[in-house]
Design a protein around this ligand. Structure first.
Ligand code: FMN
Length: 204
């Protein structure tokens, strides 16, 4: 095991981004990182969740996944964020979590973290890349080091990967229409590996 600690932080209504997060964590663990998969707090009213069977089932299935706290961002050397595309941008649950991090940011605790992001949307060109890129805007404010996948591995071509960060198209029930498992695993590995390089440079 390397001494890299990596937090995969996600929001998901119907399971896609939870699955992407688990694959990314698998990749980070293959690279030797200690990982945590953490969800951001839900903001939607219970009535809205209960009215959608897929959403309700996913909320129930993941009730034991720990909820992220600002301390987790201090703990981790690297973050991978996974979030559904909502009108071409990150789901508000993730943005609201970001907006709780002012204290950590102010104290320089978010600087030099190695970060990448993933997304899903229900249309093939429904804004996945816009979501990932707009999420990275916040990371630049933190002094984060974006370690996007680029084309650093053949799986980016063969597994429907995306150089900005793994993204996928889903149907109404949240079923993925492309097999991006290998791309998400690679992204996890790469984020953890780059974090190892940065950590070594910072702390020797
Ligand atoms: C309010 C709202 C806005 C959405 N906006 C978009 C969008 O801009 N483009 C798109 O293709 N899909 C859009 N979707 C579909 C979601 O991106 C899709 O349900 C999500 O990626 C599934 O991820 P999850 O299973 O992790 O919840 C939207 C869904 C909701 C509820």
């Amino acid at each position: 095991m390397s001494d890299v600690k990596l937090a995969v932080i996600y929001y998901s209504s119907t399971g896609t981004n939870y699955q992407l997060s688990r694959w990314a964590a698998e990749g980070a663990e293959q690279a030797g990182a200690e990982t945590k998969v953490l969800k951001v707090p839900e903001l939607a009213p219970e009535a809205a969740i209960n009215a959608n069977p897929e959403w309700k089932a996913h909320a129930e299935a993941t009730k034991d996944v720990p909820t992220v706290a600002p301390d987790d961002l201090e703990w981790a050397d690297a973050y991978i964020f996974s979030v559904p595309t909502r009108f071409g941008n990150m789901a508000s649950q993730m943005k609201q979590f970001f907006d709780t991090l002012g204290g950590l940011w102010f104290n320089g605790k978010l600087a030099n973290k190695v970060v990448s992001a993933m997304s899903s949307a229900s249309n093939a060109h429904g804004g996945q890349e816009a979501t990932i890129l707009s999420l990275y805007t916040s990371i630049y404010h933190w002094g984060g080091i974006v370690a996007a996948p680029g084309y650093t591995d053949p799986v980016i071509f063969s597994a429907g990967g995306n150089p900005y960060g793994t993204s996928v198209t889903v149907d109404q029930s949240g079923k993925m229409l492309e097999d991006v498992r290998a791309a998400a695993i690679h992204q996890g590995k790469r984020t953890a590996t780059v974090a190892g390089w940065v950590k070594k440079g910072l702390h020797g």
